[in-house]
Design a protein around this ligand. Structure first.
Ligand SMILES: Nc1ncnc2c1ncn2[C@@H]1O[C@H](COP(=O)(O)OP(=O)(O)OP(=O)(O)O)[C@@H](O)[C@H]1O
Length: 628
């Protein structure tokens, strides 16, 4: 099922990275060949992850070049590589089976049949020993699911599914027991050698068994390359530098100890490797200058020829002939026969059609979001408010004295669902953001497919709770009759959609939870004030401001619906309306609306809400596009 990749040479030259005026990487050179594992080792903070991030295209380097087979590593090629991050980023409510199914369906091209996709999942699940936990949810700190090691393997499984040619894995063995780590590394090594894939991994302190699986080693210390070359020759290199260490220990323990214990030793190692780099660069230039070979000249890191004495600058090396020469022209012609067969979509921007993306994203979103939408806390919240509402507003009498109560009975559900919807959509975006960013970076789907799928798949679930709660409250409070009921529910749902759209924009623009919740509160209260609700002293020059408030329209629509055509009633003891100063006057529906500052017909309010939903959703898309 997996395809054999072309011969590949990923080369990074003179990589420098400075962040906040701190040099994170300094002139780091190295290369990774297909069929082999390049291990990047070094103490914590030495720059391993930063280097992977640069190679994956996630972090812009300050200077340096990254090439594949001598050509610049293009954006499209970067999207095709697999990058397994140190942290495991998943949608937490899906089971492992569902996660793998989604990944296979969306990241493998449409021309691969569903049966083949399923077979590939089976193959990888067995290889990574994940069968026992296929039906376990991924989980998070609130709901336990896969163990740390299972999550790590699940992460690798998702990337392996796509059959990448170049794979970058940050700390594949962290959190794994030694035997699982060993099995995993065996699998990765087989994957690299059998299918000619290029593997770069960062690793902290591998066991000696794992260390011996590495073909090439890049040792980093304080952002400098302390060693680059054959993994099994690293110790010899350091002993040639005049460093003493016991040989019966795990090589990685020795190497890390060399790089962490003695400041003076570390400085000398950096000096020696800088010097070596300079000499190699000069030789490389000379060789190419001599025109000896048509292609790229690379050393294999063969430490045999390196006889340097630490710190003295003595460095002896054979001529260019000792270098491994990779002839690109032979690669491109000779290996055509064992070329990958990833099918017609290989060079397309997206592996699957819009329809497949929409379908799969809707499927996944429905599974993930039902937990959020029907969460116990949300249900309890809606139930508590409904009970309090029904007790306080139970069968409000239809008199002028209770007019305020009836206004309140209309107002509070609108505000309740307004806040509930904004908060829900903000938090849903925050929860998914990292996953979407990761998947989009890998070129899994279009943003439009994600956005439309999210809106469509959540819609049926989102309206259930408001419909049930609002129906109960409508009849319990006696807000209106059967004719106005459908309109009342419809307007409330439109209000939900408007507020949800506001939430999409805030969620996209303000990714930090604390700030986004503060933004929600600020915006909601601001628009409540602008709406002019129950306000009799609003400055007249500011009266137009209510039309800016998205909360004004649903209230105006429902109040007009309920009160515009009421029978005129006498004032009784009420002095609320100016007509009531004259006891013979009756108060009409339009007097009531006027007193509330409501002066637009129902259809205008509804039309305005519909326009707002459309405009805000389009704005939400662009907010996502530019902020994700
Ligand atoms: N945005 C940043 N601004 C400033 N310094 C940063 C930034 N990101 C990372 N660093 C620093 O860069 C250095 C290298 O970090 P990096 O995560 O690449 O190290 P690492 O070798 O992968 O570490 P570990 O093994 O602990 O994961 C660290 O000293 C870190 O503090």
């Amino acid at each position: 099922m997996k395809t054999k990749a072309r011969d590949t040479l990923l080369t990074f030259t003179d990589i420098n990275l400075t962040l906040k005026e701190k040099a994170i990487l300094t002139n780091v050179n190295g290369e990774a060949k297909s069929g082999q594992i390049l291990a990047i080792m070094g103490p914590s903070g030495s720059g391993k992850t930063s280097l992977l991030n640069i190679l994956a295209g996630d972090l812009p380097m300050s200077s340096g070049t990254v090439t594949v087979n001598g050509k610049p590593f293009t954006k499209l090629q970067k999207r095709k590589l697999a990058y397994v991050l140190q942290s495991d980023i998943f949608l937490t409510k899906l089971t492992l089976r569902e996660t793998l199914y989604f990944t296979a369906m969306i990241r493998l091209p449409d021309h691969v049949s569903k049966a083949d996709k399923m077979a590939r999942i089976d193959e990888i699940v067995d290889a990574l020993h994940l069968r026992n936990c296929l039906d376990t949810i991924i989980g998070d700190f609130m709901h336990r699911g896969l163990s740390g090691g299972e999550k790590k393997r699940a992460n690798i499984a998702c990337e392996l599914l796509t059959d990448p040619n170049i794979m970058l894995i940050d700390e594949p063995t962290s959190g794994l027991d030694s035997s699982t780590a060993h099995v995993l590394m065996e699998e990765l090594k087989d994957f690299a050698s059998q299918y000619n894939k290029t593997l770069l991994i960062t690793i902290h302190q591998p066991s000696s068994q794992i260390f011996h699986m590495f073909s090439t080693l890049l040792l980093l210390v304080r952002g400098h390359a302390a060693y680059f070359g054959g993994a099994q020759l690293a110790l010899k290199y350091f002993s040639d530098l005049g460093l003493d260490f016991p040989d019966q220990y795990n090589p990685s323990d020795i190497l890390l100890e060399l790089l962490t214990t003695d400041e003076e030793v570390v400085n000398k190692i950096i000096k020696a490797s800088t010097l070596k780099g300079k000499i190699q660069n000069t030789e490389k230039k000379n060789c190419i200058g001599n025109g000896e070979v048509n292609g790229i000249h690379r050393k294999d890191g063969d430490g045999n020829t390196h006889n340097s004495v630490l710190g003295l600058g003595y460095y002896k090396k054979d001529t260019c002939t000792s270098e491994i020469v990779l002839d690109i022209s032979s690669l491109e012609k000779g290996v055509q026969a064992r070329v990958e067969t990833t099918g017609p979509s290989h060079n397309k921007k997206w592996p699957t059609s819009f329809w497949t993306q929409f379908k799969m994203l809707s499927w996944r979103n429905a599974k993930q979001s039902r937990w959020r939408i029907f969460d116990d806390c949300v249900l309890a919240h809606a139930a508590i408010v409904a009970v309090a509402y029904c007790v306080l507003y139970y069968q409000i009498p239809d008199t002028i004295e209770t007019l305020r109560d009836r206004m309140g009975a209309v107002f509070f559900p609108l505000i309740f669902w307004g806040f509930a919807m904004v908060t829900d959509s903000v938090t849903s975006f925050i929860g998914e953001r990292e996953v979407v960013v990761k998947e989009r970076k890998a070129g899994a789907y279009r943003l439009s497919a994600y956005y439309i799928a999210k809106m469509v798949s959540e819609l049926p679930m989102l309206i259930i709770l408001p419909i049930v709660q609002l129906s109960a409250m409508y009849w319990m409070a006696g807000i209106g009759g059967p004719i106005t009921f459908a309109m009342y529910i419809g307007i409330n749902l439109l209000n939900c959609f408007t507020n949800q759209s506001i939430g999409y924009i805030i969620g996209a623009c303000v990714p930090k939870f604390k700030y986004s919740i503060t933004t929600v509160n600020t915006i909601m209260v601001l628009f409540l004030i602008l709406g002019g609700f129950f306000n009799t002293h609003f400055p007249s020059w500011f009266a137009w401001a209510k039309y800016l408030s998205f909360l004004y329209y649903p209230f105006a629509a429902i109040v007009t619906l309920l009160f515009a055509d009421i029978e005129p009633f006498s004032c009784g003891s009420s002095q609320t309306f100016k007509q009531c100063q004259n006891e013979t006057e009756l108060v009409t529906g339009s007097d009531v609306l006027h007193s509330m500052g409501i002066d637009i017909p129902v259809y205008c309010s509804i039309g305005m809400m519909a326009v707002l939903v459309v405009v805000l959703r389009i704005m939400g898309y662009f907010a996502l596009k530019y902020r994700l």
